[in-house]
Write a protein that binds this ligand. Structure first.
Ligand SMILES: *Cc1c(COP(=O)(O)O)cnc(C)c1O
Length: 373
């Protein structure tokens, strides 16, 4: 048996006629930049997330960058975020010559430890950027409370968490802005790069709409300094088709997670691996199903030998990255993140995964642990 980490071809094959129809429509029109498909997608997604406004942009990274630009983040400003995330979360801070200031994550949820947040705030802190890692919201009530106390805006990195809910509120609806990615491996993936920013604030929305087109309200008249970061009509058309399936796909990811949990228990593996912890009040959308084990590297190699896709998200904490040497962080500064980076392993969880594949994965993991006993 072969179990890839992700199988986009199966998803594509099942809805190919619908997708090709809209692609052909857009090609027949030859209007490729913004336009009706983008506007309709923005409306659909704003409604889905329970926000007033959604702005389609070129990528999740750009959604984060534009959110920081909209706040007029200056060189030397500090932005609080986590060292256990994809590089884009902090790369955008550095690109504006601001400084990422790290706050460690919680060991169980891998999201920002809100108890450590207040101590990191200085007069230079201009934003807090929590990450809803793997598909579960960070502790937004506590984060928003600290943020409100100090008058600091919150930018949510919701790139892995489209549709995730926390205490009745959707990811992207907690902060000043919420940032989403349509990178093909995300739960709602385009045929290339794409992103979206959500906000409740119409003035923020207005500025972001200008900033994605070089700050111009009418052609060749520039009110703000922005950039070129638009969502393509082709991508929006594809995303509108795929969005109709998002809830169904999310339910299937959750069902697969439930099957994994049941089987890990049946095979007596709960003492060998730590399964994803879903915090009370959270609905996890499982962009990743990430387990922990101290035998991680050996297990990963064993699974690859048995044709089971798996991946380490993320092997090198951001405070220890080569490019961040100048920040002056050291090994030991964020112990929870550093320990997680040694133990995490993401397993296949995509919606089209079938029960026999899940059984094969768990059986193989059982074999592995029997062989190292
Ligand atoms: C995917 C991702 C991004 C960046 O999205 P792109 O669309 O690839 O630019 C940012 N943050 C996190 C946590 C992500 O997973």
């Amino acid at each position: 048996m072969n179990v890839p980490l992700l199988d986009l071809k199966t998803q594509y094959t099942r809805i190919q006629p619908e997708l090709m129809k809209v692609v052909e429509e857009v090609c027949a029109q030859q209007n490729f930049i913004l336009g009706a498909h983008v506007e309709q997608l923005e409306q659909t997604l704003a409604q889905f997330m329970g926000v007033e406004h959604a702005i389609g942009v070129a990528s999740g990274s750009d959604a984060l960058l534009l959110s920081l630009m909209e706040l007029d983040i200056q060189p030397g400003d500090e932005v609080l975020t986590v060292p256990f995330t994809f590089f884009a979360s902090t790369g955008v801070i550095s690109r504006l010559h601001a400084r990422p200031v790290f706050v460690d994550v919680c060991a169980d949820t891998f999201t920002l430890d809100s108890l450590q947040l207040a101590d990191k705030i200085t007069p230079r802190t201009k934003a807090i950027l929590p990450v809803h890692l793997f598909g579960q919201c960070a502790d937004m009530e506590a984060i928003n409370e600290v943020a409100a106390t100090h008058g600091i805006p919150v930018i949510e990195d919701a790139c892995q968490a489209i549709g995730a809910v926390r205490n009745g509120i959707k990811a992207g609806a907690f902060g000043r802005t919420g940032c989403f990615s349509f990178f093909p491996s995300k739960n709602l993936g385009a045929f290339g790069d794409g992103g979206l920013i959500t906000t409740h604030d119409s003035q923020v929305a207005e500025r972001l709409r200008l900033m994605r087109v070089h700050g111009s309200r009418s052609e060749y008249h520039h009110h703000l300094i922005g950039m070129n970061s638009r969502l393509d009509a082709l991508q929006a058309a594809v995303l509108r088709v795929k969005f109709q399936y998002l809830d169904d796909w999310t339910t299937k990811r959750q069902a697969n997670a439930a099957t994994f949990r049941r089987l890990f228990q049946e095979y007596g593996l709960e003492e060998r691996v730590t399964l994803p912890v879903v915090e009370q009040g959270n609905t996890h959308v499982y962009n990743q199903f990430t387990i922990r084990t101290c035998k991680r590297d050996e297990l990963s190699g064993y699974l690859i030998e048995k044709n089971i896709g798996n991946r380490i998200y993320y092997p090198v904490p951001l405070h220890l990255q080569e490019c961040y040497k100048t920040l002056g962080y050291q090994k030991g500064d964020f112990p929870v993140t550093e320990h997680a980076a040694q133990e995490v392993l993401s397993l296949p969880i995509y919606p089209e995964l079938n029960p026999s594949q899940i059984i094969y994965v768990v059986e193989t993991i059982k074999q592995f642990f029997d062989s190292v006993k």
